[in-house]
Design a protein around this ligand. Structure first.
Ligand code: V47
Length: 379
């Protein structure tokens, strides 16, 4: 435990938090009722204090970031999710699909030896064959062999499996053989059917998302997990989502990082909904850290949270701030006003000003060391 915690005593004006505090100090697992209480209390400082205790136990002051680039090969999508401002129907205004060469050029644009990860996600295209995605991955691997490919959400994997008439396991195996190194956490949204029917009716359901993640972990691919919050879900739905992830993580240990994503309503079919508040954003980070006791990392994704909230959340449970990103489309189509990318130095400054130690990681959390001329990942 950080010795500072012996100096700062825990205080709360909400007596419901006292037994939760005792569990957190003892390293005991929180119950669903505890999780609900954490969402419902107004004492954000007490919740943050507990989350910070867990965060510092696991990581001390270390705060992870990486140097990455997003690549979104197509925005054509059959799903038409109400939550999304990125997807377009085929041949409509603003729709695009990159030819493979174009995707390779995008990867190379602004590329420097510094990039250690390509984050690749896109729409569910009705015509692109599975081979396109395999060629995309193997082509990137060939051209950028040192870059980790974090590619395709569980939703894309399940869709491609259906189109290729393969099992999910075979699909994942082929992706892995082509060069996929791990999977991002998208498409999880909120697992509860009632909510999924409103925000993403045509996507795989929650149990299919979890089954796909299980299979990925079983064949040795690590993944992340996300939760989209701040739309039509309630506290029970959020708790249910976190507990389902905790349960699967007990079974596979294959999740690296949990990333709560704040809903951005602009240009979506849910535009009438208000944006999340700072209080909910911070609380979501802290509750995630406390409930997901078996997840090594909680990421406060600066693009979604804004750099200011992401920075503060480094004191409320988060140990990761994501990366340089370079070019972000999904939230910017939905009205995000954050920059599209951030320089390495800017991320380091945010972290240092929060009194934390920046730690450049690769996708698997191994340290990246740089000299003027080389980048080394300690394996
Ligand atoms: O699954 C879509 C979300 C996700 C909106 O694994 C929206 O390291 C807010 O998963 N408002 C994709 N969110 C992004 C994602 C991700 C991002 C950064 C890092 C990692 C990782 C994963 O974006 C989608 C969906 O939940 N999303 N539309 C919107 N309007």
């Amino acid at each position: 435990m950080n010795p500072m915690h012996t100096l700062h005593a825990f205080q709360t004006d909400d007596p419901r938090l006292t037994p939760i505090h005792a569990k957190v100090v003892a390293g005991e697992r929180l119950s669903p009722e505890d999780a609900l209480t954490l969402y419902r209390t107004g004492d954000i400082l007490a919740v943050g204090w507990m989350a910070n205790l867990v965060r510092e136990r696991l990581h001390g002051d270390t705060t992870y970031f990486n140097v990455n680039r997003h690549i979104n090969p197509t925005n054509v999508c059959v799903a038409a999710c109400r939550l999304c401002a990125f997807g377009r129907k085929k041949d409509t205004d603003g729709s695009y699909t990159m030819a493979l060469e174009e995707a390779f050029q995008t990867a190379a644009s602004g590329y420097s030896e510094a990039v250690t990860e390509f984050h690749i996600v896109g729409g569910l295209h009705p015509d692109l064959p599975f081979q396109y995605f395999l060629d995309l991955v193997s082509g990137l691997k060939e051209r950028f062999p040192q870059v980790h490919l974090k590619a395709f959400t569980m939703v894309e994997v399940a869709y491609l499996a259906k189109r290729a008439k393969l099992s999910i396991k075979e699909t994942l195996e082929k992706m892995k053989a082509a060069g996929v190194d791990s999977l991002p956490g998208g498409g999880a949204e909120i697992f509860a059917d009632r909510v999924r029917h409103i925000i993403c009716d045509h996507k795989i359901d929650g149990s299919e998302w979890l089954d796909t993640a299980r299979l990925a972990h079983q064949i040795g691919l690590k993944s992340n997990a996300t939760m989209l919050y701040g739309h039509v879900e309630n506290d029970e739905d959020r708790v249910d989502h976190l507990l389902k992830l905790r349960e699967l993580q007990d079974e596979t240990g294959g999740f690296q990082t949990f990333i709560p994503l704040a809903f951005h309503p602009d240009n979506t079919a849910l535009e009438h909904l208000p944006r999340t508040t700072g209080m909910l954003d911070i609380k979501q980070i802290a509750v995630s850290r406390l409930v997901l006791d078996n997840f090594p990392h909680i990421k406060s994704y600066w693009q979604m949270m804004t750099p200011k909230i992401a920075q503060i959340s480094l004191r409320f449970g988060a140990d990761d701030i994501d990366g340089t990103v370079v070019e972000e489309k999904i939230y910017h189509d939905a009205g995000a006003t954050t920059p599209q990318g951030m320089r390495r130095q800017d991320l380091e400054r945010l972290i240092k000003e929060a009194g934390r130690k920046p730690f450049e990681r690769d996708t698997l959390y191994r340290p990246v060391t740089r000299t003027e001329t080389s980048v080394t990942v300690a394996v």
